[in-house]
Ligand binder design. Structure first.
Ligand code: SIN
Ligand code: FE2
Length: 214
């Protein structure tokens, strides 16, 4: 543990912006239920590496649950109510997922958050997510709620332009990042995953990103 990590303690609300926070360890009480629900989702809609419009395969593998799911292929990216892999609707959002998302949003100052989509990202060592904005949703008044499980990742949180400098923070198992309001469209990304395997999840990091799309 580095010296700085000592300041990131469970229960703490670490500000990244006026309306952006990391809720340290917020998801810990939910972890067993989250992991059980995740196995059920994976069995129905497995993780897959999607293609970008440019024909590249992403290093992060993805699946979804909820009314709509984020998909990307040679036609570009969009939300779809059907999992293209199974041809069926995405698995329903488990109760524990929506409860956690709503409670975390409220703790960050966003009351009555009702996500209709949860993108589930799986990072293996080396997987990364380049800087991007979450802007495919219809309504930017709802925040983004992002739950980290498994291996520790370095999260980049920038400004409203790609070129702006980014803050770097470690996201640990159980941390929940929430950004909305004036910070809703800030660029963010994840550095290539590396480091120690997680005692429960092994050499994996799982991220749940809750959004209100429709
Ligand atoms: C995302 O921006 O979709 C995921 C962020 C993360 O994995 O922490
Ligand atoms: Fe994102």
């Amino acid at each position: 543990m580095s010296t700085l990590d000592l300041f990131q303690v469970p229960g703490q609300r670490l500000p990244l912006g006026a309306q952006a926070f990391i809720l340290c360890g917020f998801a810990m009480p939910y972890q067993d239920e989250l992991l059980a629900a995740l196995s059920a989702i994976e069995a129905q809609s497995p993780f897959r590496k999607m293609q970008t419009r440019g024909g590249y395969r992403m290093s992060v593998a993805m699946t979804n649950c909820g009314e709509v799911g984020w998909v990307s292929d040679l036609q570009g990216y969009r939300y779809s109510s059907i999992d293209p892999h199974s041809g069926a609707p995405w698995p329903a959002m488990p109760g524990v997922f929506s409860r956690l998302a709503e409670t975390a949003a409220a703790a960050a100052g966003f009351a009555a958050f009702q996500p209709d989509a949860c993108l589930i990202n799986r990072y293996l060592p080396g997987s990364r997510l380049s800087l991007h904005q979450d802007k495919d949703e219809r309504d930017f008044s709802a925040p983004i709620v992002s739950v980290s499980l498994g291996m520790t990742a370095t999260f980049l949180f920038g400004g409203h332009r790609r070129e702006e400098r980014t803050a770097r923070v470690q996201l640990y198992h159980g941390d929940v990042a929430v950004w909305g309001g004036e910070d809703r469209l800030r660029y963010h990304g994840v550095l290539p995953l590396k480091g120690m395997a997680h005692p429960l999840l092994g050499e994996r990091r799982i991220n749940l990103t809750f959004r209100k799309v429709r």
